[in-house]
Design a protein around this ligand. Structure first.
Ligand code: SAM
Length: 213
């Protein structure tokens, strides 16, 4: 298959049609090398910058866990304003390999967010994530482990595809965390900038921001 044909096959529809962690790993193994150009730049993908903006506004600090780090766009956006220790976690070793080449992570760990995370309790001062709580990727079941590995007072800045916020149970999950979190707030933001020329150009996301007690 030519690169052009391959890029046509690797689009948002393909990303939204995966169902399992194994399908995610296979999809992103093919997409990793062209993701930054054929997807992020071409669609004016602004979620990583939105997460970095909230992270800095809220005084986020390291060590930071970037959940579903992909090619490292969130860490690049955070590092553009302040030096921070950031660890990448992702199911796709191919995406992590691209992320590694950018030199913005302390360590990069391959694994499944829907399982037990290979980090000790209270390891992280912040947990960030962009574009990973979406169709066919990761659901609210991952939040328990992310809470476990976060330190007391840790800042969370997580994006969720807006249409899934209630239907996939994210709102209920956050509500269920009750007294374990504080300063909970959400805001709806565009996922793509004004330059997006894709069918999903007007899609919205929710940024959920809170701290662990
Ligand atoms: C749309 S990309 C977002 C990557 C990056 N955060 C960004 O904003 O560009 C979604 C990422 O989630 C990862 N992912 C999907 N399912 C996962 C799982 N079960 N555990 C860990 N990572 C997963 C994919 O490998 C991919 O890198």
């Amino acid at each position: 298959m030519t690169q052009e044909k391959e890029d046509e096959r690797l689009d948002l529809e393909a990303a939204y049609s995966v169902r399992t962690p194994a399908e995610n790993a296979a999809l992103y193994a093919s997409w990793a090398k062209t993701y930054d150009e054929s997807f992020a730049a071409a669609s004016d993908y602004v979620f990583p910058q939105q997460v970095a903006q909230v992270f800095h506004e809220q005084g986020g600090h390291g060590p930071v866990l970037d959940a579903g780090a992909g090619t490292g766009l969130v860490a690049e956006a955070i590092a553009a304003r302040k030096t921070c220790l950031i660890d990448a976690f992702d199911i796709s070793s191919a995406m992590l390999s691209v992320a590694r080449s950018k030199g913005v992570y302390r360590k990069l760990v391959q694994g499944d967010l829907t399982g037990k995370l290979p980090f000790a309790n209270g390891s992280y001062g912040s947990v960030v994530s962009a574009g990973t709580f979406t169709h066919g990727h990761v659901g609210p079941e991952a939040l328990g482990e992310l809470m476990r590995v976060a330190a007391s007072g840790a800042l969370f800045v997580l994006t969720i595809k807006a249409e899934l916020y209630e239907t996939r149970g994210f709102g209920a999950k956050f509500g269920g965390l009750g007294a374990q979190i504080y300063d909970f707030q959400t805001q709806e933001v565009p996922i793509y900038g004004a330059g997006a020329q894709i069918s999903h150009a007007l899609d919205a996301g929710v940024i959920a921001c809170f701290r662990k007690v």
